[in-house]
Design a protein. Sequence first.
Length: 295
Amino acid sequence: MKQRKLLMIVNPRAGRSKSRGPLFDAAAALSGAGYLISIHMTAAPGDGAETAAREGGQYDVVVAVGGDGTLNEVASGLMELEQRPLLGYLPQGSTNDFAASLKIPGDPVRAAASITRNVPRQLDVGRWNQRYFMYVASFGAFTRTSYAAAQSQKNALGHFAYILEGMKDLNTLRPYHIRVDAGGELLDGEYLFGAVCNSTSIGGLMKLNPERVVLDDGLFELLLIPSPKTAAELQSLVHTLLNQQYDSQGLVFRHVSSVRVETEGDLPWSLDGEYAPGVPAVELRNIRQGLAMLL
């Protein structure tokens, strides 16, 4: 039997406060399962995507080792290939939203055991203009939180680092006037936050009902939070979000395969926690079952 080849693309900065021992144990488990392993340590932002695109086609499995940003890079690189290898994920970041959605264990050895079972699951992939995202593209309040928190903060504080940065945003929250074409439905208004996602967790702060999120159906979940006009509306909005009542009047929650967002001002985005500069118009499309992941 031909020996299967596996490439581990490791972000050495993610989860730096964690012991590296379990990663060695995970690699040993993969090797013991019959994989011939190569390891690439990323040296700079973008290195993971470049490595996956350049070398991924030579392997049966490519495993991202790091946070959701590392997974985004590796997946983006693989999307450039016509014949894509299977994708694996050993989450080592501070929030690991997508891993939580997929129920991938945070322990590298247990996550590696999932890979060795060799049971692929098809996953949709999002495209934001010419860039890709695995689970969420978002704008507005708290969006900058995911990429503004220093890596040292994330490593030491985890979720709390995101919350600290989000609290800084509270004093500067402002609505964005946007025009949205959500699969043919036209929306025009002022919104504090918007997300186009394929996940049950957004930024480690907001949760979606797992029964309403299907990861391979060709549809995104679109969530738009309108800007409250009064203190009573703000109180109602906070209650709605805390209780995950996304069908409440005022919120926009839809299942769509494509979204177009237009704005007249600077509207920065976050793709899987990574910064994306604001542009006047963004086309978001669902690439149904774009990648297969070993879970």
